[in-house]
Write a protein that binds this ligand. Structure first.
Ligand SMILES: Cc1ncc(COP(=O)(O)O)c(C=O)c1O
Length: 385
């Protein structure tokens, strides 16, 4: 009944956890869910208000432009200039996305022919591999290892693979490891991509979720990056807008044009009212972002203290709202997440769900309030490991 591409989808590794979670909830356990990376706080009021006004304007009710409202693209380009000093043309170098997941899933269709190779980080956001497969490409896994600070070892990619490689996904600040990358790494990527003729897609969904004074650099700010790459930005985590579905791509104009061709044949653009709310988010005071980051910092500190008391090896993340921890001796990632769920009522994501190199780790999302984080830590302290 299903196409080969559906039949070839990898098994859904979270199914066992979902099932166990449903059983625990049915028993009446007060579950603390630190599994999904979905902000718990509402979208800031000024953004919601802007949407309410926009949706009352009938001119927003018609088909949007394929490439996105020019005013939204101008706001995105201006935001890129203000936050990262990028010089982006809103007309030819910017594209509105219906969330960055849509971008990740569709971008291979523009550049990948059957049999071409896409370099995908592992552990990583699963859509890199799925988008590759849906486009008929073959993924080549770039392991993100702790001893390499969770950066891929570009030199380790075999020559015959490189000959077929057309596209590379990178993602810093990183989901799930919460690792960050510096400009030196981005420079290496640009040089490598130019040498081997590879398009680079930098998924920057966590660009603004930063702590302790850290600022995440832009891949596109490196010399030569605009020749070979694009960056995907997301409104989801930055402005608590996961449900709204809005993001944007910026970068090389030919790449943006190719990507735009795919989108104009598949979707009909993001709802104009949502883009108007997006303009408000990007052009208003960014205090709401700083406030959220302070909230996540406090939660992070509570969880880190608790995990360390438990003997788990964790480094404080400088970015993202994830804590990536090694599971205790004697457990694999699935086994430890089952233990957390069944004996402490805590949902966390087993690292293996992000790929084979995620085995041995578990991911906690900082999506519950400080009192709930304290409660989670308290429950974990009673576990017998
Ligand atoms: C690394 C990464 N990229 C992209 C996305 C998709 O974000 P959205 O489609 O909400 O913009 C996510 C969401 O969790 C993510 O973790």
């Amino acid at each position: 009944m299903y196409s080969d591409r559906i039949n070839r989808l990898p098994p859904y590794l979270f199914a066992a956890i979902d099932e166990a979670k449903a059983k625990i909830i049915a028993k009446g356990v007060d579950v603390i869910d630190l599994g999904v990376g979905d902000p718990d706080q509402p979208t800031p009021a000024h953004i919601v208000e802007s949407m309410c006004q926009a949706v009352r304007d009938p001119s927003t009710h018609q088909y949007p432009s394929y490439t996105g409202l020019l005013e939204f693209r101008k706001a995105a380009a201006q935001w890129c200039r203000q936050t990262r000093g990028l010089d982006i043309d809103p007309v030819s170098e910017t594209l509105t996305l219906i969330g960055s997941k849509e971008g990740v899933a569709h971008v291979p269709l523009a550049f990948i022919n059957p049999g071409d190779v896409v370099l995908c980080p592992d552990p990583g956001y699963p859509v890199y591999k799925i988008g590759t497969q849906f486009a008929g490409g073959k993924e080549h896994i770039m392991p993100l290892l702790e001893e390499n600070d969770f950066l891929p070892d570009l030199e380790a990619i075999p020559k015959d693979t490189l000959a077929k490689a057309k596209l590379m996904f990178i993602n810093y600040p990183n989901n799930p490891t919460s690792a960050t990358a510096d400009l030196k790494f981005f420079e290496e990527v640009v040089q490598f991509a130019r040498e081997h003729n590879i398009v680079v897609v930098h998924d920057n969904a966590y660009s603004e979720m930063v702590y302790d004074g850290y600022q995440s650099p832009s891949f596109l700010s490196v010399d030569g990056a605009m020749d070979i790459g694009i960056e995907l930005y997301s409104m989801s985590k930055t402005y608590n807008m996961t449900g709204w579905r809005l993001g944007f791509a910026v970068g090389n104009r030919d790449l943006i044009a190719g990507f735009g061709k795919v989108k104009s044949n598949i979707d009909s653009g993001a709802f104009d009212a949502i883009q108007r709310a997006g303009i408000t988010a990007l052009t208003s005071s960014q205090q709401c972002v700083a406030d959220m980051n302070n909230i996540y910092t406090e939660r992070r500190n509570v969880l880190l203290k608790g995990l360390r008391e438990l003997g788990l090896d964790v480094k404080p993340p400088k970015a993202t709202f994830y804590v990536w921890a090694r599971v205790p001796e004697g457990y694999d990632s699935m086994g430890f997440s089952k233990l957390l769920l069944e004996n402490a009522g805590i949902v966390a994501t087993p690292g293996v769900g992000f790929g084979q190199y995620g085995e041995g780790y578990i991911r906690f999302a900082l999506t519950k309030t400080v009192p709930r984080m304290n409660e989670a830590v308290e429950r974990m302290s009673k576990l017998k490991l």
